[in-house]
Design a protein around this ligand. Structure first.
Ligand code: GLA
Length: 725
């Protein structure tokens, strides 16, 4: 891992595990992107600039006519508005008097040994960091571009700080986190779209000329489009070819744009969504943008996923949860919904004891007055009328059973029918002259306000400090709709989306980070806030409210494109499934729910003796493969990915063991046999597979594959283990 500056050619070489990222400062001081890909020599790359010639473009101010040097044609690290660059700009700034022109050129650089954190926002940990200073003298406006490289994964972490030194207020109309150009080629874009109970579906579309835009305007990342895109070669597959990944470490309104320009090159840029955004920056102030993680792989989409998984696990997710076993929970939500008593909860706990489950999680409905979803949110006071003996009665019963206690909160929300709303209706986001929109019959709190955040922090922390709670499920069931705050001055209302994000992170700091002994799991109506910003605080996130084997297979597959399976919490729920009405085998539910931190979400008092035995066997087996799930490399099969059969293999880093989970949706008669190739195994090792009762060489398994003989039913799964011999 090195950051090297060639003084002669003014080229920066940022070298990671097996990648080089290169850009240089050209003769007008512009930071021109040259290369990001497999590691190369520290050669002069000026020969790659041929495309700049002969075009009829606006030339760099003060330079030769005929567009020999046009900002519009140069590779870029940051693009700006008003000096001949017509691509998506990275920053647009307006000075007093309305001048929006900008030209940011080299003003120096520093190489730091430690990566500085971002004020008020999550980011990757790291060491060697380049800070590139760009400045526009006439505007009194600067941009510091931060680049961090890693020696254990092929990513570059980037972000920008914008600085106002103009002596007056300026307004940022766009303040993205990065820009980068890819060489002219035919590319596809992979994005993750969806909705409630159908999160992170994979969509691959050809990149056309013009702008491809993935965004959120919801002040949360949302289930609709994830803050992630991958740009892949048109012929890239799961296993072969070039793939770039761009992931924002951000949980509010975002934009990721990919522009196939008229010049042929492809510009990728993004960060905070500039829709409904203007930020006033006073003289001397800095504006920090969220981080973007940029990954490169030349071993296909799978390689890019594994690169991102390593980056997030090693450098973003709280360190202490990297390999430590996770709680195996029993959650009462689908067993009882809001209708429970202390007695019922204790009965579920009794039925869950001695099965390898270690934590009982009490979901929604324990606080305020909350018999359904119309009331109580924000009143974080135990409802002892409903829960006789309060939380402590449940906790002490659990202790007797050797179980720990977990609790559900939805800290960012408020019900109209709640004591807190009656006392402080202004705590809910809304406009004074309009009715507020309800989503799931509730309002979102105004997290841009310090007093609202203080209220939340104090009431949640007081529950955590006064009870023996080892786990929290932090839910978030709606996004804001009225993007304004009663306390922001009118010229700052368009700062709402980002100020809201800063408010969310402030809560995470003061509740999650302030309670280091509590294990926090993220949740948002299922997986509607599954992003790297949340993962910086929460080691795992509830993947989806949909735990139906068939749909979950696709949801988990899509999630694993960008996020490690160690982050994807998965539960076994009852059949018929509450979301899809589908009935699937118990063991299939167990296998699919083991491709992530596992748990149960059904009424344990209602399962059969045979199923109890299966639970016992499952939890024991899961603990045996848990380290693989938390730290292994994931290989999705590339065969029939949208078909009837799919498989996922998780391989230990040292390739000494692996587990393959195969799934077949429908039991079709007389159709061709499917081979599963457990990729990721070492061709030169030998593996014992207990299910086949055979020792086979890795090369045989990889090339010949295995033919799974599924049970004679729909929605069947099969698991194969491979242990080095
Ligand atoms: C959300 C979550 C569920 C459950 C309910 C409780 O929908 O995703 O798991 O906690 O809220 O209201």
């Amino acid at each position: 891992m090195a950051i090297y500056f060639d003084k002669e050619t003014k080229t920066f070489f940022l070298e990671g595990k097996s990648v080089t990222y290169a850009f240089f400062i050209n003769n007008v001081g512009y930071a021109e992107h040259l290369y990001f890909g497999d590691k190369i020599g520290r050669d002069c790359l000026m020969f790659t600039r041929g495309a700049l010639r002969g075009s009829h473009e606006a030339c760099v101010p003060g330079r030769m006519p005929m567009g020999i040097e046009s900002y519009n044609k140069m590779g870029c690290e940051l693009s700006f508005f008003g000096t001949g660059d017509f691509r998506e700009c990275t920053v647009q700034v307006e000075r007093e008097g309305g001048n929006r022109l900008c030209e940011l050129t080299y003003a120096g650089h520093e190489i730091l040994d430690e990566k500085p954190p971002i004020d008020g926002m999550p980011s990757m940990r790291g060491t060697r960091t380049l800070v590139l200073h760009l400045y526009d003298e006439k505007a009194g406006f600067g941009a510091d571009l931060f680049y961090t490289v890693y020696d254990d994964c092929d990513v570059i972490a980037r972000r920008i700080e914008y600085i106002n030194c103009s002596g007056e207020d300026i307004r940022l109309h766009r303040a993205y986190s990065f820009a980068m150009t890819l060489p002219n080629d035919k590319y596809d874009i992979i994005s993750l779209y969806g909705g409630w109970a159908n999160e992170r579906q994979i969509e691959r579309t050809p990149l056309h000329h013009g702008v491809f835009d993935v965004n959120s305007k919801r002040a949360c990342s949302s289930a609709c489009l994830n803050p992630f895109i991958s740009v892949v070669g048109r012929d890239t597959t799961e296993d072969f070819g070039t793939a770039y990944g761009f992931m924002l470490v951000y949980s509010s309104s975002f934009a990721l744009k990919c522009e196939h320009t008229n010049g042929g090159d492809v510009l990728v840029t993004g960060g905070i969504n500039d829709f409904d955004f203007t930020w006033t920056l006073a003289d001397g102030e800095k504006f920090s943008t969220p981080e973007v993680i940029i990954a490169h792989s030349s071993s296909g989409i799978g390689g890019m996923s594994r690169t991102l998984h390593d980056a997030l696990r090693n450098h973003l997710i709280p360190k202490k949860h990297r390999v430590a076993p996770r709680p195996i929970v029993i959650n009462n939500w689908e067993a009882t919904y809001f209708k429970f008593t202390t007695e019922k909860l204790c009965a579920i706990a009794d039925a869950s004891a001695n099965l390898g489950i270690d934590t009982f999680v009490l979901d929604d409905g324990w606080f305020g007055v909350r018999e359904n979803d119309t009331s109580g949110l924000g009143d974080w006071v135990v409802n002892e009328e409903k829960l006789e003996g309060g939380l402590d009665a449940v906790i002490s019963h659990l202790k007797g059973l050797g179980l720990k206690f977990g609790l559900w909160f939805e800290p960012e929300m408020i019900s109209e029918n709640s004591d807190i709303f009656r006392a402080h209706p202004d705590y809910a986001i809304g406009a004074p002259d309009r009715q507020r929109c309800k989503t799931r019959k509730q309002y979102a709190m105004d997290l841009t306000r310090a007093d609202v955040r203080d209220y939340i922090v104090n009431s949640v922390n007081s529950i955590l400090q006064n009870h023996d709670i080892s786990y929290v499920k932090w839910d978030y069931n709606r996004c804001p709709t009225e993007f304004m705050s009663a306390t922001l001055p009118k010229e700052r209302q368009r700062e709402f989306h980002h100020r809201y994000a800063l408010g969310v992170y402030d809560l995470f700091e003061r509740i999650v980070n302030a309670n280091p002994d509590v294990f926090f799991e993220g949740c948002a109506s299922g997986g509607a806030r599954f992003d790297a910003g949340v993962l910086a605080y929460f080691p795992q996130i509830w993947t989806s409210d949909n735990s139906d084997v068939h749909m979950r297979t696709a949801i988990q597959r899509g999630t694993s494109i960008a996020y490690p399976i160690s982050a994807s919490a998965c539960h076994i729920s009852a059949v018929p499934n509450h979301q899809t009405g589908r009935t699937t085998p118990f063991t299939s539910r167990q296998h699919i729910a083991s491709l992530g931190p596992t748990g149960y979400e059904l009424d344990m008092t209602k399962i059969t003796d045979e199923e109890r035995e299966l639970v016992k066997r499952h939890t024991e087996w899961y603990r045996g493969i848990e380290e693989l799930i938390l730290t292994g490399d994931v290989y999705r099969d590339s065969y029939r990915t949208d078909g009837n059969v799919s498989s996922v293999t998780v391989v230990a880093k040292d390739k000494s063991q692996a587990v393959t989970v195969c799934y077949r949706a429908l039991n079709l008669i007389n159709t061709s046999l499917v081979r599963i190739r457990p990729r990721g195994l070492s061709a030169s090792k030998s593996y014992y597979c207990p299910e086949l009762a055979l020792t086979l060489s890795g090369s045989t398994l990889l090339n010949v594959g295995i033919i799974p003989s599924f049970a004679n039913c729909d929605f069947a799964t099969l698991v194969y283990h491979f242990e080095e011999k």
